[in-house]
Design a protein around this ligand. Structure first.
Ligand SMILES: CC(C)(COP(=O)(O)OP(=O)(O)OC[C@H]1O[C@@H](n2cnc3c(N)ncnc32)[C@H](O)[C@@H]1OP(=O)(O)O)[C@@H](O)C(=O)NCCC(=O)NCCS
Length: 144
């Protein structure tokens, strides 16, 4: 498996500009989600991770902590770097990191058409399909 590294940062770090670029290209340009939906108040307080392949920034994700659970959001691998196991590897590292901090579950709201990726990472579907930003989603969870 290709090795990737995660850099943890927060909203005030200079490198947050890379997260802006990635979200704009993946969620706005590619998926057509409005620019107004790309950032919200959670960005100021949650954990952010940039994903590196050793040479390039290949993606980003944010994590919101709640009691014993974390919520994974805005998972994005830049188009040219997909299907190289970077996403799966990232989730595995996120799981190990938050497990070591005493958390026992990751939840997320998957774009419905992408749920197969999260299933490959060990997540299971929960509940019904719902609409958000005009796209079908489903809640998924991974308990450890
Ligand atoms: C979804 C996404 C994060 C997957 O990242 P990735 O690095 O390409 O995925 P990986 O290479 O780690 O794939 C891991 C496994 O999931 C599979 N997979 C990848 N994308 C998939 C998809 N969209 N649907 C179903 N399975 C998928 C891979 O084939 C691989 O399977 P394997 O373990 O049998 O080889 C990436 O495609 C992406 O950023 N998409 C656009 C933004 C998006 O939809 N984000 C999710 C918001 S909920």
């Amino acid at each position: 498996m290709d090795i990737i590294n995660l850099l943890k940062l927060d909203f005030n770090d200079e490198d947050f500009s890379h997260i802006r670029t990635i979200r704009k290209s993946v969620f706005n340009t590619e998926l057509g989600i409005s620019e107004n939906e790309l950032f919200d108040k959670h960005d100021e307080t949650c954990d952010h991770f940039l994903i590196f392949d050793g040479k390039n920034i290949v993606g980003s994700v944010r994590i919101i902590s709640m009691d014993h659970i974390v919520k994974l959001e805005r998972m994005a691998i830049v188009k040219n770097f997909r299907v190289k196991n970077y996403g799966k590897n990232c989730i595995s590292q996120i799981k190990d990191y938050y497990s070591s901090k005493g958390f026992s579950q990751i939840i997320l709201d998957s774009i419905y058409s992408v749920r197969g990726f999260y299933k490959k990472c060990g997540f299971v579907e929960e509940g019904d399909i719902f609409q958000r930003v005009g796209i079908e989603h489903i809640r998924m969870s991974l308990t450890f």
